[in-house]
Design a binder for this molecule. Structure first.
Ligand SMILES: *Cc1c(COP(=O)(O)O)cnc(C)c1O
Length: 344
C-alpha cells in the first residue's frame, strides 16, 4: 500500500483521541543510512537515521502531524509555539496545510536563517522575543492557558505520540532495536519519545546516549542554565521541559547524558558531510558524543549496532558553513586557467 504518512501507517500504536483528523505531508519513513566507512573506525555497525529528510527538514514534523491533527479535530483555529526554529517551520507548514493561523515565538537573533525563512514562507506570524527559548516557552504556556489558542510545543502529549514513530521505523528496518541510540537533547521531547516508542514496540531496547552542548547542558550540570549558548541553536535550551523524563530514559536504558563542545559538534558535522550526509550543527551532537565517549574508552561499540539520529538538515543553517569558509577562487573563463587551477 502506498505510504500515507505516519498517522495512517502507525495509527494502532498512537494514543490519539477519536476526534483526530489526519493532516499529513507524508512525514516520517526517513532513511536509515548505513555508514560502513565510519562504522569501521568504531568497530561497529553504524547507521544514521536521517530525520533532516522530513517535509520541513527536521524530525519536528513527526510530532507536528499528530499535534495539528488533534488540534484541528477539536476545532482549534490558531496554534502557537515557542521555537529555536525547527518547531516554528514545522508548525507553520502543518497549520498552513490545515488552514489554521499559526503564531511562533523565537529568541531574537538566535534562529538559523533556513528555519526562519521556512516559518515565514509557510505563512506563520513570527514574533521575536527579547529573551531565550525558555522565556518564549513560558509565554506560550501562559497564553494557551488563558485563551483558546492551541499549544503545539512538545509538552503537548500528541507531539510525543508522533515522535515515537521514529523508534518504530528503526525497529522495522533493523528487525529489532539497535544496541545504542545516540541523539542530541535540547528540550528533551525527542529522547522521551524514542524511549517511549522502543518500550511500546517491544522489539528490544537500546542504550541511549543523549548529548547536550556544553554551553547548554542543564541535564549534565544538574541545574538550569540561565543563559544557554551554543552554535547548535536547536539545542540552545537551559530548562528542558522534559528534563526528568530524559534523565529517566538515559538511566533506565543503561545509557547516559553527556555534553560536548561546539568544536566537537562542528567536527562531527564535517565528518558526516564527508560521508555525504549534511546535517545542521545540533544534529551532529549524537555523533560528537559517540566520538567523545569512544576516545576515552567509555563506549564499547565493538560488534554493536549503533544508530545516530540526525535530527535536522544542513540546509537549515547554511551560514555556519558560509561564514567560516574561504570564498571559492575566481579564474578567467579560459580553458588554460582551468587546467592550471585543477592541476590536471
Ligand atoms: C528540536 C531539535 C533538537 C532537540 O530536540 P528536543 O526534543 O528538544 O530535545 C535537536 N535537533 C534538532 C535539529 C531539532 O530541531
Amino acid at each position: 500500500m502506498t505510504y500515507q504518512g505516519l498517522i495512517q501507517h502507525y495509527r494502532q500504536y498512537l494514543d490519539l483521541p477519536a476526534h483526530t483528523q489526519a493532516i499529513s505531508l507524508l512525514e516520517g519513513n526517513t532513511p536509515l543510512i548505513p555508514m560502513p566507512r565510519l562504522g569501521r573506525e568504531f568497530g561497529c555497525e553504524l547507521f544514521v537515521k536521517f530525520e533532516g529528510l522530513n517535509p520541513t527538514g527536521s524530525f519536528k514534523d513527526r510530532g507536528m502531524t499528530t499535534a495539528i491533527s488533534e488540534a484541528v479535530g477539536r476545532g482549534a483555529q490558531t496554534v502557537i509555539c515557542a521555537s529555536t526554529g525547527n518547531t516554528a517551520a514545522s508548525a507553520a507548514a502543518y497549520a498552513a496545510r490545515a488552514g489554521l493561523r499559526s503564531i511562533v515565538l523565537i529568541p531574537e537573533g538566535k534562529v538559523a536563517v533556513g528555519k526562519l525563512a521556512g516559518a515565514i514562507a509557510y505563512g506563520a506570524e513570527v514574533i521575536q522575543i527579547q529573551g531565550s527559548f525558555d522565556d518564549a516557552l513560558s509565554l506560550v504556556v501562559e497564553i494557551t492557558q488563558k485563551t483558546p489558542i492551541a499549544l503545539v510545543n512538545s509538552i503537548n502529549p500528541y507531539r510525543i505520540e508522533g515522535q515515537k514513530t521514529s523508534a518504530f521505523e528503526i525497529c522495522d528496518v533493523l528487525g529489532s532495536a539497535p544496541d545504542w541510540l545516540c541523539l542530541p537533547v535540547g528540550n528533551a521531547g525527542n529522547i522521551t519519545s524514542y524511549w517511549a516508542g522502543f518500550k511500546q514496540y517491544q522489539k528490544g531496547l537500546p542504550q541511549v546516549l543523549g548529548v547536550q552542548a556544553a554551553g547548554a547542558a542543564p541535564l549534565v550540570l544538574g541545574h538550569p542554565v540561565e543563559k544557554p549558548e551554543t552554535i547548535a541553536t536547536a539545542i540552545r535550551i537551559g530548562k528542558p521541559a522534559r528534563g526528568e523524563q530524559a534523565l529517566e530514559a538515559a538511566q533506565q536504558s543503561g545509557g547516559r547524558i553527556i555534553a560536548v563542545s561546539d568544536a566537537e559538534i562542528l567536527s562531527a558535522q564535517k565528518i558526516l558531510a564527508s560521508e555525504g550526509v549534511w546535517v545542521e550543527p545540533a544534529s551532529a551532537a549524537g555523533l560528537a558524543g559517540l566520538i567523545a565517549e569512544s576516545s576515552v574508552g567509555k563506549f564499547e561499540a565493538k560488534g554493536k549496532k549503533v544508530v545516530v539520529v540526525c535530527t535536522g538538515h544542513g540546509m537549515k543553517d547554511p551560514s555556519i558553513i558560509t561564514e567560516s569558509f574561504t570564498a571559492p577562487k575566481v579564474i578567467p573563463a579560459e580553458y588554460q586557467a582551468l587546467v592550471e587551477m585543477v592541476d590536471a
